[in-house]
Design a protein around this ligand. Sequence first.
Ligand code: PGA
Length: 254
Amino acid sequence: MARTKFICGNWKMFKTAGEARELVRQLAPLMAGLARRTVQVAIAPPFTALASAAEAIAGTGLELAAQNVHWEAQGAFTGEVSAPMLKDLGVKHCIVGHSERRQLFGETDASVAKKTRAVLEAGLLPIVCVGETLAEREANETMAVVERQVRGALGGLSAAELRTLTVAYEPVWAIGTGKTATTAQAQEVHAVIRGLLRELGGGAADEVRIQYGGSVKADNAAELLAQPDVDGALVGGASLKAQDFVAIVKGALR
Ligand code: PGA
């Protein structure tokens, strides 16, 4: 079945509220001519820039994503932000379990599962990240790691819930390194993820978008996005420059 390609820019810890407004201002005219029905495009600014970005994207066709979330709706959790709070700001998608959060902030498959559930309960759409480290790939553990992460995060969800989410396959060794997985490496893991999704949710698996992430750039995007199970991209560094990001979006239109 035809899945609409989905490109999300993960701005990480870059851009103040004012800088976010400016980047959206640069993106808007470049996005204007693009066929919105054939590609869905979101940006994920840091929490502090979500409100200004929400205002700035009005009428551009861009959608808003958050980079992280807490699993409770409210409570005594100093420094945390909940899914209903994000929804209230106009956020539509939420990245969950990014490898930087797993590696630097102690997130586990169990916390990723709780966050995914909280995002769904708030009516937001999760982008659940999975991916192996270089050591795991070299030890031939890629598929086992990805399987553990997919089952860990998504195992308890219904087919109806699965249908709404996006999985981002991001090999950790490709993130911010300039090293991209080959199209064959990406497609191989994406197909395994699709198979796992089929086990968990039957036909819903055909509707789940599986994004590739890890040094996606204008010059490799089209080739990656042409793979049968690569349904989009989660873009870090290249999403911080309007021209570069839009060139990647154009790669999804071919
Ligand atoms: P990158 O980051 O495009 O800078 O490699 C991707 C990501 O971490 O989502």
